[in-house]
Design a protein around this ligand. Structure first.
Ligand SMILES: C[S@@+](CC[C@H](N)C(=O)[O-])C[C@H]1O[C@@H](n2cnc3c(N)ncnc32)[C@H](O)[C@@H]1O
Length: 244
C-alpha cells in the first residue's frame, strides 16, 4: 500500500508532460538543458550513465545529444513509468530501464561512472539514505538537482482535502529544502565533496509552460523566482565528486 506521500505510486498521470517530452512531442525541460551543459565536460564516450527517478526517461533525449550511443540506465520506483520508458526507447540497444527504489541499494556491484538524480530528493521524506544509495552506485561524479537554501524546511503540499484525525493530510507531496551544510557534511561522511551550482532557467519558458502545458499547476515564476503555490523553490544542482 502506497504511503501518503507516494503520489507517483498510483497516479501514473502525475507527470503527464514527461511522457510527451520522452516521445519528443514536447521540448526538453530547462533542467534537462542545464544538466547536459553540466555533464558535457565530465562525460567521455564509453562511460555509463544512470538516471535515478527517471520517470519515462525524458532526460535521455538531452543525454543522447552528448553521445547517441550513450550507455544509459534509467531507474524509477514505479513500473508504470519504466514500462512506458522501455517501449519509447525499445530501438536503443545501449539503453536499459529498471524498477528500483532509491531507498534500497541500486547497483553497488555494477556502479555507473556518472549518475544524476533531478527533481526527486525534495519529494522524499529525507535525503540521506537516497544520497547514500546513489553515491554507492557511482564511481566518478553524481549530479543532484534539489531545493537548497539557508534554512531547511520540511513541507507537505496537501493533495485533495482529506485529513487523518491527527491532522496529517491523507495525501501530500513533500517539497523539502535542505541547507548546503547539511548536504556537504553528509556527503563528506561518505567520502564525497559537494559543490553547488546555481540553477539557470529561462523564466519566460517556465511561465509560459505553467499556463499552456500545466493548466496553471506546477512551477511558476513570481518576481523572477520559481514558486509552486505557497512555496519558493530554491533549486540548485549539486556536483558530487570523490574526495581525493
Ligand atoms: C517530480 S518526478 C521527476 C522526474 C524526472 N527526474 C524529472 O526531473 O523530470 C519524481 C520522480 O521520482 C520518482 N520516484 C519517487 N520516489 C522514488 C523512489 N523512492 N525511488 C526512485 N524513484 C522515485 C517518481 O516515480 C517520479 O518519476
Amino acid at each position: 500500500m502506497a504511503k501518503a506521500w507516494q503520489i507517483w505510486a498510483d497516479e501514473p498521470q502525475a507527470e503527464g508532460t514527461l511522457v510527451k517530452r520522452a516521445k519528443k512531442e514536447l521540448p526538453q525541460m530547462e533542467s534537462t538543458k542545464q544538466l547536459v551543459r553540466i555533464l558535457r565536460p565530465l562525460y567521455k564516450p564509453g562511460m555509463r550513465v544512470m538516471d535515478v527517478g527517471c520517470n519515462t526517461g525524458h532526460y535521455l533525449r538531452g543525454i543522447l545529444k552528448l553521445d547517441e550511443n550513450v550507455r544509459y540506465t534509467g531507474v524509477d520506483a514505479y513500473a508504470h513509468y519504466i514500462n512506458q520508458a522501455k517501449k519509447i526507447y525499445r530501438d536503443f540497444p545501449n539503453v536499459q530501464f529498471h524498477v528500483k527504489d532509491v531507498f534500497k541499494p541500486l547497483f553497488p556491484k555494477n556502479p555507473a561512472d556518472i549518475t544524476y538524480c533531478c527533481n526527486v530528493i525534495l519529494h522524499l521524506p529525507e535525503f540521506r539514505a537516497p544520497l547514500k544509495n546513489i553515491l554507492a552506485s557511482t564511481t566518478k561524479v553524481s549530479i543532484v538537482r534539489t531545493l537548497i537554501s539557508d534554512r531547511a524546511t520540511i513541507v507537505k503540499a496537501v493533495e485533495g482535502d482529506e485529513f487523518e484525525s491527527n491532522g496529517e493530510p491523507k495525501r501530500f507531496v513533500y517539497q523539502n529544502t535542505y541547507t548546503p551544510g547539511m548536504v556537504r557534511n553528509f556527503a563528506k561522511t561518505l567520502g564525497w565533496n559537494a559543490e553547488f551550482i546555481e540553477d539557470e532557467y529561462n523564466p519566460k519558458v517556465l511561465a509560459s509552460e505553467f499556463g499552456k502545458l500545466k493548466a496553471n499547476t506546477g512551477t511558476n515564476i513570481l518576481g523572477g523566482r520559481q514558486v509552486d503555490a505557497n512555496i519558493i523553490f530554491n533549486w540548485k544542482f549539486i556536483r558530487l565528486t570523490r574526495r581525493g
